[in-house]
Write a protein that binds this ligand. Structure first.
Ligand code: SAH
Length: 378
């Protein structure tokens, strides 16, 4: 997600339809976990953010890498074709995207892959998407490729190897937060102030054994420290590993950290500005940083883990600078400037180049030398 922090938060454009539903739940059950709050605010079948809002793109709330430039999807397309070749060019490959947004990334991937007709012929396209609104946008963008939609990865037929790609998908999955207070790890929960009509954080006894899920060196962290965990992300990572074990490869791109770390990363973006994550539920995107470190540790017994590396280094090693020059050669002056500026946004450390990470998973056997992760992988 890219928000422009310079921009001021704009006034709400509509009332939050889910606010009273969350408030009623808190009234009945007491304060709820951050994960339950995210789950309702983002995924509620009628009023959840992803169901009801035009989230991605210039008219939406945030802009993602594929929406910045076609070069992003072209590089990912080349990566996937290369992985497929190294897999021995299977006759059928299930190309799976998790959370495809408006379908822009997949459109660019498949257009770039047009240079490899055998790959295109092998591809059967599967999109994992819960939002009917975004499914419709994906249908418009990708109907020529005859995609099949699923609610979960497990629904994709397991009769052929998979190539899985996910850009800014994991950051949308619910997290639990814990905070050290008075020398003890407590769970952060969301309460509701009826009189003021707003949600706020409160601390409660954790619903499960925090020490059991936390790296031991965090146990003694000082008061005020925040620890996050996303069981939903770990479940998806487990499902991805299962597919990779059957012969396949996965490419995960998101903002997050390489090592498990402490800190509150819950954030909301509305109309391109950072916003209070508890205000206007259902009208704002709520995300958290992805803990690539834990995904790596949990995946390693089942899959070969490549990276994570910074998005800038990944795209550079796939040749994005040369692609930018190629596009600039036949562009107008204005387009030339835009291409350079997109290249900068995607790769510069001060933009998306360092905070965004790329990680790949390939089978333990077979040693695929997937590209983009530096020589030490070879
Ligand atoms: N990958 C796109 C969009 C990122 S936004 C891009 O880079 O532009 C996150 C996407 O994940 C949206 O399409 C959203 O509807 C989808 N999504 C969020 N939670 C989901 C879930 N639990 N299952 C399936 N899709 C989900």
């Amino acid at each position: 997600m890219r928000a422009d922090p310079e921009k001021l938060e704009k006034p709400p454009s509509a009332a939050s339809a889910i606010e009273p539903l969350i408030a009623a739940r808190i009234e009945a059950e007491g304060p709820i976990s951050v994960a339950d709050f995210m789950d309702m605010a983002l995924g509620h079948p009628e009023h959840g953010y992803y169901i009801s809002r035009p989230s991605v793109g210039a008219e939406g709330d945030f802009v993602t890498a594929p929406e910045i430039s076609q070069m992003f999807g072209e590089m990912i397309g080349a990566w996937l074709v290369d992985a497929w070749m190294q897999m021995g060019q299977p006759e059928t490959v299930r190309l799976v995207e998790l959370g495809p947004g408006r379908g822009t990334l997949m459109t660019d991937i498949l257009r770039a892959a047009g240079s490899w007709p055998a790959f295109r012929a092998a591809v059967s396209l599967h999109l994992i998407e819960t939002s009917p609104r975004l499914r419709q946008a994906q249908f418009e963008a990708l109907k020529d490729y005859h995609p099949t939609w699923h609610d979960v990865l497990a629904e994709v037929p397991a009769d052929a190897p998979c190539l899985i790609v996910a850009n800014e998908f994991l950051d949308a999955l619910p997290i639990h937060q814990f905070e050290k207070a008075g020398g003890r790890w407590m769970e952060r929960r969301v309460a509701h102030d009826k009189a003021a009509g707003r949600f706020f954080f409160t601390l409660a006894q954790p619903g499960f054994d925090v020490a059991g899920v936390m790296p031991p060196n965090f146990l003694a962290a000082p008061d005020g420290s925040v620890f996050e965990i996303s069981p939903a992300t770990l479940t998806i990572a487990e499902q991805i590993c299962a597919r990779v074990e059957q012969g396949g490869a996965a490419l995960l791109i998101d903002y997050g950290h390489v090592e498990p770390s402490l800190g509150d990363t819950l954030q909301a973006v509305s109309r391109h500005a950072y916003a209070d994550p508890l205000a206007e539920p259902g009208l704002r995107d709520i995300t958290a940083h992805v803990d690539f470190g834990t995904i790596k540790v949990l995946s390693q017994p089942r899959a070969r883990v490549h990276g994570p590396v910074g998005q800038g280094a990944f795209l550079a090693s796939l040749g994005i600078a040369a692609r930018a020059e190629q596009l600039r050669a036949r562009a107008t002056d204005k387009q030339k400037k835009d291409i350079l500026s997109a290249l900068h946004r995607l790769t510069a450390a001060s933009e998306m180049g360092a905070l965004f990470k790329v990680m790949a998973l390939t089978p333990l056997a077979g040693r695929l030398n997937v590209s983009g992760f530096g020589e030490e992988q070879k």
